[in-house]
Design a protein. Structure first.
Length: 277
């Protein structure tokens, strides 16, 4: 996957603390972009500061929080510099709506689209990357995206990861979003835990799921039976808890990869701790 593709997905799990840009600066930054769009359709600005223009409305329902969507997109800066494009790769991008997989401007902008729709988004810095330097995307950049919503897929039925949650980051680099608290009972090393999970790569491609197999996965905690990120995360969860885990390569499969998992891959898991004994 390209480095810019990484930018679009995983770093948005990490964007809880956005710098507060001044509205005056945001307005100034987007004036030129607004002028470029006025002839393309009705321009709408939301209360968050997101601006969008529908070129094609599309048909059917809007995606709901927790739905997986398939899109094509091209991202440019205000000066017209292209920094990423799924169209150029000839491979659509998939992500789950409303759970922090992408920047806030994407979650908001795509959630009101319909299948077949084409929309141009103007995303101010506070709904994008803020003051962070993202390589091809300079700090405090207003971002322009041309997006086509290709498909809406059903969300996972057994685990509701559409709920908002607080984020935790450990010293190892493990990042977690807690969607549902458990009953307070936490497993200890040596106990056998039972979980349901779905594993996803940064490009949105699912590589494994206990749901698809129709049975939970069990393993002995803290004995090296799973990747380090799993041992660490499950030791912090309580029975009934649901979390999204973002596991860097250093506590995942590292440079070796494995099967459908490429080398140096950041892994995203939606995990529910069902029981332990």
């Amino acid at each position: 996957m390209g480095k810019y593709f990484n930018i679009l997905l995983i770093l948005f799990f990490f964007s809880c603390h956005k710098p507060h840009e001044k509205k005056e600066e945001t307005s100034k930054n987007t004036v030129d972009s607004h002028q470029q769009l006025t002839s393309m359709g009705k321009e709408i600005m939301t209360s968050s500061g997101l601006t969008y223009v529908d070129e094609i409305i599309g048909t059917g329902n809007n995606p709901k929080t927790g739905d997986k969507v398939v899109v094509h997109y091209t991202g440019t800066l205000e000066d017209g510099t292209k920094f990423d494009s799924s169209v150029d790769r000839d491979r659509p991008f998939e992500f789950t709506i409303g759970v922090g997989r992408v920047i806030k401007g994407w979650d908001e902008g795509v959630s009101s689209m319909k299948v077949g729709g084409k929309r141009k988004l103007i995303i101010p810095p506070d709904l994008g990357y803020g003051s962070r330097n993202m390589g091809a995307i300079p700090p405090n950049s207003t971002l322009l995206f041309d997006i086509e919503l290709i498909e809406i897929k059903e969300k996972f039925v057994d685990v509701d990861f559409s709920l908002p949650g607080k984020e935790e980051v450990t010293e190892s680099g493990l990042r977690m979003i807690i969607h549902k608290e458990g009953n307070g009972q936490i497993p200890v090393a040596g106990q056998t835990v039972k979980v349901h999970y779905t594993g996803i790569l940064e490009n949105g491609k699912q590589f494994d799921s206990s749901h698809d197999r129709g049975r939970p996965f069990t393993f002995q905690l803290g004995q090296g039976r799973v990747i380090k990120g799993w041992d660490e995360a499950l030791a912090l969860m309580s029975k009934g808890e649901k979390r999204t885990l973002i596991i860097p390569p250093s506590i995942g499969y590292g440079a070796r990869g494995g099967g459908k998992i490429p080398p140096n891959a950041t892994l995203i898991f939606e995990v529910e701790l069902i029981d332990f004994e």
